[in-house]
Design a binder for this molecule. Structure first.
Ligand code: PLP
Length: 398
């Protein structure tokens, strides 16, 4: 069967928690742990946004459910300029993190098959189930650069064609760090259009595309793509909990009104001072451009260096396109690892932590089969503030 099993989805987050907890314990015991497991931006929040937050700390009113109009205008203009898309302010929803917006959308849809690539971010499949939807796994492999192909989508759409299909795409990807090339994306968009697939494009890492070359899915399929983003990654403000979603007008009012209804009956509105501060974060200025460009440069240099060193050691890995993750495949060492009792990615990451003090997350946490020897490496174990303020090459930095 194509669906994720309950047990499969239960294990991942516990593996993740286990590694993080174990890292903390080992560190408390005095060991130096290379924390490459937890995926949080290492950079400080954009300073003018911090100042704006302080300035608006006294704002206490509930704001409109959909989000402050001035913020939605700014967000739409920001995305039109940076993604070359047609975001409209009246179709933007501001929510407490893009994570909850993704769930709210799945919950607002009629019965659907939610097509989730494997590997993919840990929360999609559990969210689909919580929303009462059917999660369907679309397996990708190293050779396809961990991307779902147009042929796969086409085959999947021929199965139970009467049911709405929703494809979740995440580029640059967590855990892979990869984006599809323009041609593959266009072919995927063509198939999606032909079958009336709703695409949920999670583009939370888009601004951190290392080359500044992110291609929004909505450019290739504007009428059927719901896009999410927010302040968590490029603005370093994960804990501020501000996410944004664009639902194109072509998808009609019914879905949009259900989404706003759900927001109204649950989170009401995002914290007022944070929304005012977000207006500053979403105002394209030379300071903002420089802040993002420096992050990209640092991440590009570190990502490439990590990928090169892994490759030189015989580990298969693709150099990342963006964000701050690599997804190495240790399959070349299967036999020697098996001799040491390591046959699953969960065992591999446990032993790496115990024996080498390196914390990675197992590929199984992201939907890979347990015996696939993959892992996620987050190259964010550095002092982001110091590097951001510095100049020149990152690897020469003390
Ligand atoms: N999507 C992906 C792929 C993520 O990695 C994350 C955060 O870890 C999120 C969504 C959630 O982001 P937010 O902080 O906007 O809820």
């Amino acid at each position: 069967e194509g669906g994720y099993r309950q047990a499969e989805a239960g294990t991942p987050s516990s593996d993740t928690l286990l590694i993080n907890e174990q890292s903390r314990l080992l560190e408390a015991g005095g060991r130096r742990i290379h924390k490459l497991g937890f995926g949080q931006s290492p950079f400080p929040v954009f300073a003018p946004a911090v100042a704006a937050l302080a300035e608006h700390a006294g704002e206490k009113a509930y704001l409109p459910v959909q989000g402050l109009a001035a913020l939605r205008e700014q967000v739409a203009a920001f995305h039109r300029a940076t993604d070359e898309t047609a975001w409209e302010a009246q179709r933007v929803v501001v929510g407490p993190g893009s994570k909850l917006l993704l769930f709210a959308l799945m919950k607002s849809l009629p019965e659907a098959d939610i097509l989730i690539p494997a590997p993919a971010w840990v929360s999609y499949a559990p969210q689909a189930r919580l929303a009462g939807q059917r999660a369907v796994r679309l397996e990708a492999d190293f050779e396809s650069r961990w991307q779902v192909t147009a042929e796969q989508l086409d085959a999947c759409c021929r199965d139970a064609p009467e049911r709405l299909k929703v494809l979740i795409l995440n580029a640059p990807g967590n855990p892979t760090g990869l984006s599809p090339d323009a041609e593959s994306q266009q072919r995927l968009a063509e198939v999606a259009r032909r079958h009336g697939v709703l695409v949920l494009a999670d583009e939370i890492y888009a601004m951190l595309d290392h080359a500044g070359a992110h291609r929004a899915f909505a450019r290739d399929y504007p009428e059927g793509t719901v896009t999410t983003s927010g302040l968590s990654k490029w603005c370093g403000a994960g804990g501020w909990r501000l996410g944004v979603m664009h639902v194109p007008a072509a998808l009609g009012d019914e879905l949009f009104q259900r989404l706003i209804g759900l927001a109204s009956e649950t989170w009401s509105s995002v914290t007022s001072p944070v929304q005012y501060a977000a207006i500053t974060a979403y105002t394209l200025s030379s300071a903002l451009t420089a802040y993002v460009a420096r992050q990209r440069m640092i991440l590009a240099e570190l990502g490439e260096a990590c990928a090169n060193r892994l490759s030189a050691a015989g580990v298969r890995v693709h150099a990342p396109d963006g964000g701050f993750y690599l997804f190495p495949d240790f399959g070349a060492f299967r036999e020697s690892l098996a001799r040491r009792g390591i046959t699953t990615s969960a065992e591999l990451t446990r032993r790496l932590l115990d024996e080498a003090g390196v914390a990675l997350l197992p590929g199984s946490a992201f939907g890979c089969r347990p015996h696939q020897l993959t892992a996620r490496l987050a190259y964010v174990d550095f002092d982001g503030a110091a590097l951001l303020d510095g100049e020149g090459a990152v690897l020469d930095h003390p």
